[in-house]
Design a protein around this ligand. Structure first.
Ligand SMILES: Nc1ncnc2c1ncn2[C@@H]1O[C@H](COP(=O)(O)OP(=O)(O)OP(=O)(O)O)[C@@H](O)[C@H]1O
Length: 285
């Protein structure tokens, strides 16, 4: 399988923070969700991939090529959205069209105007008068206007209401219909990623905790809610992590199908990506 992004052994030291030996793969044709709490290293990873900050070590390949060596040509193939609109605020969407068509070889004014129309964005209004949702949609229209093969999105739906978020998620799903297209998206909103991502990579304190297909994660992990006396009957080897609540225990386990037979007296629930994240980092094991 060809990879749109391949990060190997990426490390970067910042003040009091260490991004440690991060491996991350975005296979062509798929959406990879990067999750993690505040300060986990999601933006640092994305910025290092885009060569916006220097890395200490590691290799970064986009479409099989070393990014640093082929930055100019690879940039033509990627659309980038950060959690804020970084264009000068006095510019209008119309001004951006004039600027971006001189930057991107494949810039498609018709396509860009179609997106503006689809997103109901005014052509002649300065960005400073846009709401947060409008700015995010404008960033997306500019990211898509040059027909990229890869979208790299850092918190693109943060601060947006559920209706706008859903509209934007639909655009991502639409984009990925072309099997040549891929998306790397970081988000705190695990439910968004649960809707659209094929793979989930979870980063915590600068290290990857797990990276797997979403369906496999949701199928393989399970959650046992039980009393303390039942908790004692679970083999510690079978426990990934657990949390103690005032009146019950929450126990995260792996190999759910196998353990369902082993612990027939206990009820095993399915997990959400949020459960996985909270129990991996907030548990007591
Ligand atoms: N310019 C910088 N200089 C020094 N340290 C930085 C800089 N930017 C970020 N950091 C540190 O790097 C660490 C990781 O931050 P990063 O922005 O990658 O996290 P994140 O997972 O994207 O968090 P969030 O979800 O809050 O955006 C944090 O400890 C942060 O303080």
């Amino acid at each position: 399988m060809e990879n749109a992004i391949e990060v190997r052994g990426l490390s970067k030291k910042r003040d009091g923070f260490f991004l440690n030996n991060v491996n991350l793969t975005v296979p062509k044709g798929y959406i990879v969700g990067l999750i993690g709490e505040n300060g986990a290293g999601k933006s640092t990873t994305i910025k290092a991939i885009l060569n916006l900050i220097d890395k200490d070590s590691g290799t970064i390949k986009l479409f099989g090529q070393d990014y640093q060596q082929h930055e100019m040509s690879i940039k033509q193939e990627i659309g980038i959205v950060f959690d804020d609109c970084h264009f000068p605020k006095q510019l209008t969407p119309k001004d951006l069209n004039l600027i971006l068509k001189n930057i991107y070889l494949k810039w498609d004014t018709h396509l860009y105007l179609d997106y503006l129309n689809q997103f109901k964005l005014p052509l002649n209004k300065p960005i400073k008068d846009f709401s947060r949702g409008m700015k995010m949609k404008l960033s997306l229209a500019t990211a898509l206007g040059h027909r990229p093969k890869l979208l790299i999105l850092d918190e693109p739906t943060s601060g947006l209401d559920p209706i706008v978020r859903n509209e934007i998620l639909d655009i991502f799903l639409d984009f990925i219909q072309d099997e040549e297209h891929s998306i790397l998206i970081s988000s705190h909103i695990t439910s968004d990623l649960e809707k659209i991502a094929d793979y989930i990579t979870f980063i915590h304190e600068g290290e990857i905790v797990f990276s797997d297909s979403k369906d496999h994660l949701l199928y393989d992990y399970g959650l046992i809610k039980c009393q303390e006396k039942d908790f004692c009957s679970i083999d510690p080897e079978d426990i990934v992590n657990y949390k103690k609540h005032p009146y019950h225990m929450e126990v995260l386990i792996k190999n759910k199908r196998k353990l369902e037979n082993k612990y027939k007296a206990l009820t095993m629930d399915s997990v959400s990506i949020e459960d996985l994240m909270l129990l991996h980092i907030g548990g007591r094991k």
